[in-house]
Design a protein around this ligand. Structure first.
Ligand SMILES: [Zn+2]
Length: 270
């Protein structure tokens, strides 16, 4: 194997670090309160210097993925790479509201899962050293290929390592109670269907989930993306039927387009 893979169980999700001789690649940066955890892990478990981190890839700007990136960038000058449109998500007044809303949602989720209260402050924008596009090879770590996979947000990316047949799935799917599910929210059903078809066609030995850990292909009865696709459209229940669109103020157009094309009374919820 070209690298050693490390998994850090962070506050709300898993962070993965690929350790190469020439440096460390961080796959997402956790929540802001994970800063000390990540720094200590690199020093004590990997036994490398923080300056050995050559790249942080932020798959999308949600608080549990982008939380420490800016601080690592400012304190250690570590470059950040993300999709070119990442900074549009929280731009303008709708973006400002969305940012505050997502902060509150992260707090709500942590409380719901019985976790201790933490600070979730996270940036609305990131200073990117590298803007990534569909099918780009990552800078510095050329064995990883970028896939632009909208559906959860419009700027989500995942990373595929063709040599090791490993896919970093980010939030394209989540595992809950040993079941593979679409993420929450799905902002665009049409796009996420295409995303699932695309990612389902990749030959993978291991899937790295931000929420659910590492899944080996050999332990799955069927491709995880086929599984998630079946769980995509379920009737929406209760009060959420009316409030669901407020979970993604910044992508109302995509949501409405999805609703017009799909069954209007059926949309993913879990
Ligand atoms: Zn997310």
């Amino acid at each position: 194997m070209r690298f050693k893979l490390h998994q850090i169980k962070a506050y709300l999700n898993n962070i993965y670090i690929a350790e190469y001789d020439h440096g460390l690649l961080m796959l997402d940066s956790g929540s802001s309160s994970d800063y000390d955890l990540i720094r200590d892990y690199i020093r004590k478990e990997i036994r490398r210097d923080i300056n050995d981190v050559k790249l942080i890839v932020v798959s999308h700007i949600h608080p549990d993925h982008s939380g420490t990136a800016r601080r690592f960038n400012r304190e250690y000058n570590i470059p950040i790479a993300a999709h070119e449109n990442i900074n549009l998500w929280y731009s303008g007044i709708p973006g400002f509201i969305q940012h505050r809303f997502d902060n509150r949602m992260a707090l709500y989720n942590s409380r719901k899962n019985g976790l201790p209260k933490r600070n979730f402050s996270f940036p609305r924008k990131l200073d990117l050293s590298y803007e990534l596009h569909h099918f780009n090879k990552l800078p510095i770590f050329n064995d990883w290929v970028v896939y632009h996979v909208p559906g959860h947000t419009n700027h989500d990316i995942v990373l595929y390592n063709d040599f090791e047949k490993i896919l970093y799935c980010s939030d394209t799917v989540v595992m809950r109670n040993r079941t593979i599910l679409p993420p929450f929210p799905v902002t665009d059903v049409i796009s996420i269907n295409k995303t699932y078809d695309l990612l389902g066609s990749l030959e993978c030995k291991s899937y790295l989930l931000a929420h659910g850990g590492v899944i080996s292909d050999s332990e799955c009865d069927e491709n995880i993306y086929s599984h998630a696709k079946r769980n995509l459209c379920r009737p929406m229940k209760g009060i959420l039927k009316y409030f669901y669109p407020f979970f993604f103020i910044t992508s109302q157009a995509e949501y409405k387009n999805s609703c017009n094309s799909e069954r209007k009374d059926s949309f993913f919820i879990f």
